[in-house]
Design a protein around this ligand. Structure first.
Ligand code: CAA
Length: 241
């Protein structure tokens, strides 16, 4: 992966940060995108990552920021659409804002970012797009009609992009993590989380590095025949054919 340029959204914390580290360990130059947490961004800068702040839900901001990253690092070869938010509520209590915020960031964000890099990937004959979906986009989750819809949407986006990119050397894959030890999962009410943990056969939360190792492999030159796939990494919590 030496010489490749990678961009990871939501890359200053949690799964995104672990992916940024894993890609760098394989020789890529990595930029990370963040939206608000300055302390986490500064830590990334201290570790030598290029950290850029913008809202992946805003197309114009994505366009400007990706241009800036490409000017500084070069054309982006590897895009990891990891940025995501939750606004959990049952549908009968969900506000339009809670619906729209999640769709805008978690689903439209992937369009906004991929659209900026896809032409360059196609013209260079190489690209890796990795979309971080969720177990809850596969099985649904009480309280997450918005998030599950966005994450299921990412899987359809991935399969379609895979077909379009195949002949141009651009692969697109999704990873569907289960419950991983991140700030997002730590925000789940303790009683709800205890019940979820009891449903995970390996009997623990996943670690961000366990997602990152898969992402780094999918990003590598060795993974050129893998495209349009969704990798369930969930400790056995949800098994599908
Ligand atoms: N299945 C069936 N019934 C459930 C249920 C479930 N999973 N969870 C709650 N209920 C029931 C409750 O027992 C309660 O019933 P009673 O009124 O009969 O007692 C009723 O539904 C209402 O539940 P709440 O009081 O919890 O309702 P609320 O409006 O206060 O909260 C909620 C609802 C916000 C969805 C809350 O349950 C919650 O936060 N759940 C967590 C959802 C979740 O797992 N989010 C994942 C975040 S992490 C992530 O998304 C990362 C990833 O990709 C995996």
């Amino acid at each position: 992966m030496a010489g490749r340029i990678a961009l990871v959204t939501g890359g200053t914390r949690g799964i995104g940060l672990a992916i940024a580290h894993a890609l760098r360990a394989q020789g890529a130059s990595v930029a990370v995108v963040y939206n608000a947490n300055e302390a986490a961004a500064q830590k990334c800068r201290d570790e030598g990552f290029l950290a850029v702040k913008f809202d992946v839900g805003d197309f114009a901001q994505c366009q400007a920021a990706v241009r800036e990253v490409e000017t500084r690092l070069g054309g982006i070869d590897i895009l990891v659409n990891n940025a995501g938010i939750t606004r959990d509520a049952t549908l009968h209590k969900m506000t339009p804002e809670a619906w729209n915020d999640v769709i805008r960031v978690d689903l439209t964000g992937a369009f906004n970012m991929t659209r900026q890099v896809i032409e360059g990937m196609r013209s260079r004959g190489f690209g890796r797009v990795i979309n971080i979906a969720s177990i809850n986009g596969q099985k649904g989750q009480f309280g997450q009609t918005n998030y599950a819809a966005a994450k299921a949407g990412l899987i359809g986006f991935t399969k379609s992009l895979a077909q379009e990119g195949a002949r141009a050397g651009v692969t697109a894959n999704a990873i569907a993590p289960g419950y991983i030890a991140t700030d997002m999962v730590a925000a789940v009410p303790p009683a709800v989380l205890d019940k979820i943990k009891s449903e995970i056969p390996v009997a623990r939360l996943g670690q961000p590095e366990e997602i990152a190792r898969c992402a780094a492999f999918l990003a590598s030159d060795d993974a050129g025949f893998i495209t349009g796939a969704t990798f369930a990494i969930n400790g056995g919590q949800y098994l599908l054919g």
